[in-house]
Every structure is written in C-alpha cells, then in structure tokens.
Design a protein around this ligand. Structure first.
Ligand code: FES
Length: 110
C-alpha cells in the first residue's frame, strides 16, 4: 500500500479542493480523480472501466454517482459499483483527512 499526502494542512486541502467538482490529481506516475463533499473525499480511478474515457470530464449526480461522459455509465462513489451500464466496477481509493493534509492510499498492484 502506498500512501500519498496532498497539501500540508487540513485547511489548505479544504481551500485547494472545492466541493462538487471532479478534480484530476497526479500522484507520482499515476492519475486519479478526486471529489470532495464537505469534509469527505472520494478518490477513484480517473479512466472509465468501460472504454477508458476520462471521468474527470464526467459529471456528478445527487446520488453520489459519477457519470461517464462517453456512454453515461454511472458508478457509485462510495463503493465503486457500476450502477448503470455493463462493465467492471470503478476502483476506489481510501482517503483520510488529517491535520497534516489528505492521505490517499493506493494498493501496490495499481
Ligand atoms: S467509456 Fe465510460 S461509459 Fe463508455
């Protein structure tokens, strides 16, 4: 498991990452997507499991789903489960907001 730290304080992270938008985040040689909802953060693979379209260009639903812009497949941000469409689930990454910044945990086989 690799741990990445975004920002250097909790306050900086909250200022740096506005709510209700999909952010593209570079972690080393990996790109992930990140959504903030109040003080909760949802990190997930940036490319759609269906055909690889960038989910950073997608949209968010009021049901905690990210919607792919290509074929409108929907994925639950909390579990990664595909809700509309037929493909694999979305890979999600645990996060933890601390006084030192936002930790993002990515398994080594990513
Ligand atoms: S590429 Fe995302 S739904 Fe088809």
């Amino acid at each position: 498991m690799k741990t990445f730290l975004l920002g250097s304080t909790k306050r900086q992270v909250l200022e740096m990452i506005p709510e209700c938008r999909i952010h593209k985040i570079n972690l080393g040689d990996q790109v992930i997507a990140l959504v903030r909802s109040q003080e909760n953060f949802h990190a997930f693979q940036a490319d759609c499991p269906h055909r690889g379209t960038s989910l950073v260009e997608g949209s968010l639903s009021s049901e905690h789903e990210v919607i792919c812009p290509s074929h409108q497949y929907r994925f639950n941000l909390l579990t990664g489960e595909v809700k509309v469409g037929s493909c694999g689930d979305l890979e999600i990454y645990p996060t933890e907001l601390t006084q030192e910044g936002l930790k993002v945990f990515i398994s080594n086989d990513q």
